[in-house]
Design a protein around this ligand. Structure first.
Ligand code: PMP
Length: 429
């Protein structure tokens, strides 16, 4: 596997970009290698600048559920491109995407488009505070909701990968209003509610956390969270930036039949272009400017290229059999990884829901919260990552992330991946 051009680019990059990357985990630091620089991608394959190709399970961290350069998305974006890239005025595509989202996601009666998941969660929290007149928010250890100040408390994803407890630059006064408690622990939730429910504007949760690796909610957990927040007039926010349109057209809320007050979306609804969205109950959403007093805006929000890609992506996802196909392939991959590990006597736990999964090393699971996840063997994950890269399989460069299967992965790709995992794990023994 050649790596000269990537290495040269990375050295140059480090001179002009902090850490050489525009988002921390991309630097591959925690898995002990330098990042390949991507030249292009097609379907489920990624090609780097050194002429290597990989089967891609990062899928741009979730958005590429159809695979790269899906023809329907490409032609939609090309058509939009020819009409102009940004106007700062309303366009029909924004309405079309919003209509689709409101039709498909059970909790969303009205939706506002933004440019990233971070903007969506940040704005949803402001809205919940404006709506309730309360200041505090509850989040869960190991959940990641983007990089806005309020959320950088015991956060997952890159914050966990780099072992950063919070972040310098975030004023204490701001995080003093963020209460972080363990996921899947109703006693911890009850204790917080008993003490300070009247000050809590919102609970924000990834209904299936994926930023500490994939963790499943215990039976009844989300239902109880819903029941208690409703009783206490606390706004329940599902951060479905990953699970939205990943677990089905209605996301995790439809999957579990638990309907939050507000929902944050991103990734898939932009089909690989920059997008985020937050939406929910009409009475809450009507608090947003210009309808109401809670301010939130964006020069590029509802961008024509992003909305074109989003609509086209949802079009394809709405075809019959899509999620069944994703489920079958992901299930086979999970089985394959488990049986390879069992054959080689490697202790690990693969946790999966739909087309997202994480193999935690050094534990036989179940991994139910951040502490469990942190006690997994990240060195071993790093070694596995490097061996898989040698085998032309592109996994997330951190234990605390998910692997995503796309519609572009065919059976041969899945079987090749399982065979590669065998070779990679054999090196770990
Ligand atoms: N919420 C969740 C659940 C996420 O996984 C992410 C990003 N991985 C975000 C919010 C932030 O999204 P973005 O990176 O687009 O700002």
């Amino acid at each position: 596997m050649g790596q000269n051009i990537s290495k040269i680019y990375f050295e140059k990059a480090k001179e002009v970009i902090p850490g050489g990357v525009n988002s921390p985990v991309r630097a591959c630091k925690s898995v002990g290698c330098d990042p390949p620089f991507v030249k292009e991608a097609q379907g489920c394959y990624i090609y780097d600048e050194d002429g290597n190709f990989y089967i891609d399970y990062v899928c741009s961290w979730g958005p590429m559920i159809l695979g790269h350069l899906h023809p329907h998305v490409v032609s939609a974006v090309e058509e939009a491109l020819r009409q102009g890239t940004s106007f700062g005025a309303p366009t029909w595509r924004e309405v079309e995407l919003a209509e689709r989202i409101t039709q498909l996601v059970p909790s969303i009666e009205k939706v506002r488009l933004v440019n990233s998941g971070t903007e969506a969660t940040m704005s949803a929290i402001r809205l919940a505070r404006g709506f309730t007149g309360r200041k505090k928010i509850v989040k869960f250890d190991g959940c990641y909701h983007g990089h806005a100040d309020s959320f950088l408390v015991k956060a997952g994803s890159g914050v966990a990968t780099l072992g950063i407890p919070g972040s310098p630059g975030v004023p204490e006064e701001i995080v003093a209003n963020t209460i972080a408690i363990p996921f899947n622990d109703l006693d911890a939730l009850k204790a917080v509610f008993d003490k300070e429910a009247k000050e809590i504007a919102a609970v924000i949760v990834e209904p299936v956390p994926a930023n500490m690796g994939v963790i499943l909610p215990k039976e009844g957990y989300l239902e109880t969270l819903r029941k208690w927040t409703k009783e206490l007039d606390i706004v329940l926010i599902f951060d479905e930036v990953i699970t939205g349109f990943r677990l089905g057209l209605g996301g995790a809320q439809e999957y579990f039949g638990v309907i939050p007050d507000l929902t944050c979306l991103g990734k898939i609804i932009g089909g690989g272009l920059p997008v985020g969205a937050y939406g929910g109950r009409r009475d809450i959403m009507d608090m947003i400017a210009p309808e109401g007093p809670v301010y939130q805006a964006g020069t590029l929000s509802g961008n024509p290229l992003a909305t074109a890609a989003g609509i086209a992506t949802l079009d394809v996802l709405m075809r019959p059999g899509t999620y069944e196909a994703l489920e079958e392939k992901a299930q086979r991959l999970e089985e394959g990884l488990c049986s390879v590990a069992a054959d080689l006597g490697i202790t690990c736990a693969t946790q999966r829901i739909g087309s997202m999964m994480t193999t935690f090393f050094g534990t036989s699971g179940p991994v139910t919260n951040f502490d469990d996840a942190l006690s997994s063997n990240t060195e071993m994950y790093g070694a596995f990552f490097r061996e898989m890269l040698e085998q032309n399989i592109w996994l997330a460069p951190s234990q605390f992330e998910a692997a995503f299967v796309s519609l572009a992965h065919d059976w041969e790709d899945i079987e090749n991946t399982i065979a590669s995992a065998y070779e990679a794990m054999r090196e770990l023994v």
